[in-house]
Design a protein around this ligand. Sequence first.
Ligand SMILES: [Zn+2]
Length: 461
Amino acid sequence: MTMVRRGNGQLRTRERADTPSGGLDLRGVEGLCTSEVEARLDVVTPGLTASVPWLMAGQDTGPTPAVPAGLCASAKSAREMTRGKDVGLAVAWAEEALDEAPCRHDPLCVWRALVTLVSAGELVTVDEQCARLVEDVEPGPFTRAQRRSMMLRARARVARHTGDLPGARRILGELIESDVSQNVRLLGVSWLVDVLLEEGAIDEAVDLMADSGLERAAQQWLMCRPMLLSARAAVRLATGDADTGFQDFLQAERLFEGQRMSNRAMLLCPTQISLAAKATRRDELAARIAGQVLLRARGWGEPRVLGMALSTLATVEDGPDACAQLTEAAELLEVGGARSELITVNQELARRLAARDDVAGARWRIGQAVGIAKEIGAHGRAQNLRAEFGGMTDSVRLTKQESRVASLARGGHSNEQIAGKLGLSLRGIEFHLSNVYRKLGVRGRRGLRDALGEEVAGRQM
Ligand SMILES: [Zn+2]
């Protein structure tokens, strides 16, 4: 594989002018610390994605070209990111780019480093550093509005990845309303659609898609078209139109592949096409795609994408290990701080636990899912959870006496000890405990730990 797909200078110029998918207009950046090699790298990294044939081809990337001499630290970080193999090295180059001249003064280099860090899950650094794009760089050919738009996009990704959905909504609203190109605006709209769907605000997502021109733009030839198609596909999937949704995803994948976009961290959910395949009863394809996504996610190792990939594979395969895989996915998403995705995984786990009569386990997972949904402002999803799981989402009402008994039992006290502590008869304790077990849907003491989370037990004492 060569770094430059097209040797024709004219094509290259046109492509550079038309490469808005990440929102960056690369015209006239040669004067910065952008060497000729690097400029050519940017031709195939529109908006800093690229260089790896992906997914539908089902092929690995083949031999990796050596880093061309003369690349600056930020370009090297972008290279490592698109290779998707060595997250540590990518982060090291990105950090060097943010710390050291000349990259640290160059908006394009700072942006590249930030994109790399977002896709590596280094969100705290991104959050701390992105304001520099506006305040602390040599502007070069970039206007303040362009640099501000880069900053907003970086902030929007941080908010989305950490499940700060109200924050992501606000930032993207600001981006869309500000002085940006049509392509950046449409990119912002497609990200906002994704946020609305995560919130469970499906009607709003449908309206936004129609009002913003996304629906129409998705028919046109734009570099950001695969992202628009992905957003439209996600809406169609959410509204129950899985067939056309799957077709949209398929088309988006082919375009991503054609553009050599690989790293989805700046894009939309990388695993949705697999879920769409499953929803249209293409079970084998769904599992194959999920397997490929997981393989790539393991190569990169960022916990959020890895957790999503694992949970998707577990969901579409639904094999005997599904619960174990989903539990591992939940742990990864916890590590990655990916709260919105945690709702989905807990929901999937609850379904499976309920199906095998593990009422206490299911109830606990649902409690987690509803709790997170409320915390991140995903009210539509909290509502859906209540609709699906009914009584399981209600907080269990124990009497004061039952709470005391349950809490002591959970803490390892025997019935005799509890009776002694509370000044009640042994029979009374047995009576209270059997009520507690019934209300919580657990069979005995061992179920209390799961059924009564720390917080519940503490509060009810
Ligand atoms: Zn640089």
